[in-house]
Design a protein around this ligand. Structure first.
Ligand code: UFG
Length: 325
C-alpha cells in the first residue's frame, strides 16, 4: 500500500481527494493548518496539524512516515486578495511550497502532484487554452503558481523530483454522495454564491460586469466537477508510479458558460428564482477562460464523468441543502 501526504487535505479540493485516495486503497496522511480547511472534512487517514513553513515539523513528519508521494493543495486562492496583499501569497504559495519541496528532496521523496491554475495564463491569447499557451500571469496568485511550475522543472533536472502540474479551470460541485462540499470563508466563487442566493442564505447574487466581449456581456468560465478534477490527480499519481515523466495538464470540460447562463441553469436545478444585481467588473477577471484538456484525455486517459453543468450545480445544491440548511 502506498502512503500519500496530502498537504491541505482539509480544504475543498483536498478533502475530496482524501476520500478518493482512501477509496483507491492508498494510505493517507493529511497535513493542514486549518486556516481554510475543516478537521471534520477529513474523512479518514492520519491527521497532522501543522504548516509547511515549519521546516522542523516537516522533517519530523518525513522521518516518521515513508511517503511515496505528496499532493499539495495548501494555497491561498483569491486573486483580488493577492493583489492587495502579495506578501501573504508569496510567503505561503511560494516560500512555504519551496520549503516543502526541499524537505521532499532531503528525504528522497520524489513524486509530487501540484495544484496549478488557469490563472498562470493571464489574459488568453486564444481559446480553448492548451498547454502550449504562453504563461503571463496578471496577478500575484497566478504568478506564485507560475513560478512553482518553473521551480518544479528545475528540481526535476537537478534533483530528479518528478511532478504533475494540474492547471485547474473552475473547480465546482460537490461530492455526489453528499458528504463533502465547498465551505470557503469568505466564499467568493460564483456557483456557491448563486446557490446561497437560491437558498435564501444570501439576498442576491451580483453579476460582475455586463460589458465583456461575450455574447451576453458577462464572463465565461469552464466549470469542472470536483470529482473529475480529483480523478485526474489519481491518474497523474499513477502515471508517476508507473515511471512516467513529469508533465503539465490543463483541466476543464472545454465548454464555457457565462455568469448569466450559470444563474439560469441554477434556477432550473433549484426551481427557485435567484435575485440578481448588476455590479461593476471585478479587477483581474479575464473575459473568457476555456480549457483544452485533450492532453489529459489522451495521455492520462482522463474521462470526466460529470461534465454536464446541471449535474455539477445539482451536486453543489445537494451540499448547500444538506450542510447549511
Ligand atoms: N462572479 C460574479 N459574481 C460573484 C462571483 C463571481 O459575477 O459574486 C463571476 C466572476 O467575475 C467570474 C466568474 O463569476 O467571471 C467566476 O468567478 P469565480 O470567483 O467563481 O472564479 P474565478 O474564475 O475568478 O477563479 C477561479 C479560481 C481561481 C483561479 C481561477 C483560474 O477561484 O483560484 O479560477 O481560472 F485562479
Amino acid at each position: 500500500m502506498k502512503t500519500i501526504l496530502v498537504v491541505g487535505g482539509a480544504g475543498y479540493i483536498g478533502s475530496h481527494i482524501v476520500k478518493m485516495l482512501l477509496a483507491n486503497n492508498y494510505q493517507v496522511v493529511v497535513l493542514d493548518n486549518l486556516s481554510g480547511g475543516y478537521r471534520d472534512a477529513v474523512l479518514g487517514g492520519d491527521f497532522v496539524f501543522g504548516d509547511i513553513a515549519d521546516t522542523k515539523m516537516l522533517n519530523y513528519l518525513f522521518s516518521g512516515y515513508n511517503f511515496d508521494g505528496v499532493m499539495h493543495f495548501a494555497s491561498f486562492i483569491q486573486v483580488g486578495e493577492s493583489v492587495i496583499n502579495p506578501s501573504k501569497y508569496y510567503q505561503n504559495n511560494l516560500t512555504a511550497t519551496l520549503n516543502l519541496l526541499d524537505v521532499m528532496v532531503a528525504h528522497q521523496v520524489n513524486k509530487f502532484i501540484f495544484s496549478s491554475t488557469a490563472a498562470i495564463f493571464g489574459e488568453p491569447q486564444y481559446i480553448p487554452i492548451d498547454e502550449k499557451h504562453s504563461q503571463q500571469a496578471i496577478n500575484p496568485y497566478g504568478f506564485s503558481k507560475q513560478i512553482i511550475e518553473q521551480v518544479l522543472a528545475d528540481y526535476e533536472l537537478a534533483y530528479d523530483l518528478k511532478s504533475i502540474c494540474l492547471r485547474y479551470f473552475n473547480a465546482a460541485g460537490a461530492d455526489p454522495d453528499g458528504q463533502l462540499g465547498e465551505r470557503h470563508n469568505p466564499e467568493t466563487h460564483l456557483i456557491p454564491l448563486v446557490l446561497q442566493a437560491a437558498s435564501g442564505r444570501r439576498e442576491f447574487i451580483t453579476i460582475y460586469g455586463q460589458d465583456y466581449d461575450t455574447p451576453d456581456g458577462s464572463c465565461i468560465r469552464d466549470y469542472i466537477h470536483i470529482n473529475d478534477l480529483c480523478q485526474a490527480h489519481i491518474l497523474g499519481l499513477e502515471q508517476l508510479f508507473a515511471g512516467g515523466k513529469s508533465a503539465v495538464y490543463n483541466l476543464g470540460n472545454g465548454t464555457g458558460f457565462s455568469v448569466k447562463q450559470v444563474i439560469e441553469i441554477a434556477e432550473k436545478v433549484t426551481k427557485k428564482t435567484i435575485p440578481i444585481t448588476l455590479g461593476k467588473r471585478r479587477a483581474g477577471d479575464p473575459s473568457h477562460l476555456v480549457a483544452d484538456s485533450k492532453q489529459a484525455q489522451s495521455i492520462l486517459n482522463w474521462q470526466p464523468q460529470y461534465a454536464d453543468l446541471e449535474t455539477i450545480i445539482a451536486h453543489a445544491w445537494q451540499w448547500e441543502n444538506n450542510h447549511f440548511l
